[in-house]
Ligand binder design. Sequence first.
Ligand SMILES: Nc1nc2c(ncn2[C@@H]2O[C@H](COP(=O)(O)OP(=O)(O)O)[C@@H](O)[C@H]2O)c(=O)[nH]1
Ligand SMILES: [Mg+2]
Length: 240
Amino acid sequence: MAFAKSNRLPVGAIQCDNTTLSLLKANDFMARSIRDRMQAQGTLLINITSSAGSGKTTLMQETARRLKDQIKMAVLVGDLETERDAVRIREAGVPSMQIVTNGVCHLEAQMIQQAFDHFEVDGLDLLFIENVGNLVCPAAFDLGEDYRVTLLASTEGDDKPKKYPRMFLTSELMLISKSDLLPYIPFKVENAIEDARAVNPEIETITVSSTTGEGMEAWCNWLLARIAAKKAASLESVSA
Ligand SMILES: Nc1nc2c(ncn2[C@@H]2O[C@H](COP(=O)(O)OP(=O)(O)O)[C@@H](O)[C@H]2O)c(=O)[nH]1
Ligand SMILES: [Mg+2]
């Protein structure tokens, strides 16, 4: 199947399924409004995706601990049930709100827009959205993000980028997480990177461990550079 990266829709879905088309069109309309708002206020918006258990919330906690004194950040977090992840992130010292999807396997832009009615996003330098854990449905929904970052944990196997290509095609960065476990399992970082680049030649990669801190400086620097670029672009668009 061919993919349209610009609007993150699989082309086949546009051609053969009117229901999917109208749902995703409505989502894209809302995503554009979120993107416009984030552009106007200079907030970097990052959509974090992965399978369940790959380490998204732990990464949010560790990133919060490292960056919360330098920048103003917050996390919206989606799960099928429970508020547990938002509680964990608040314990790390940054504001967080849970979006409980009641069984829906992905976040939609409309849910993010609704969360904005109850959660302060004005003045943020960085807003993370931790998506519902799976590599399938979240790939099809643009949330207005600047970057989609997908975690691939060493425990998941290095064959996933080609099995779930849409997610890796629509991501700008792949974080290979739980690198502390690499000595104990048959996961080849170079194989995962080769397959991810076969799907998306432009994808960047960083290998990280929230447990040992490996790669965390590179990850935080990746974020800080993009926060600065977003601020500069926002100021430029306001003065233009
Ligand atoms: N060994 C190891 N375990 C990790 C790491 N990051 C997260 N975990 C563990 O993996 C499990 C799932 O992590 P969590 O952050 O909840 O994953 P999420 O479902 O993607 O948000 C938890 O038991 C974490 O303690 C890591 O870097 N190394
Ligand atoms: Mg989580």
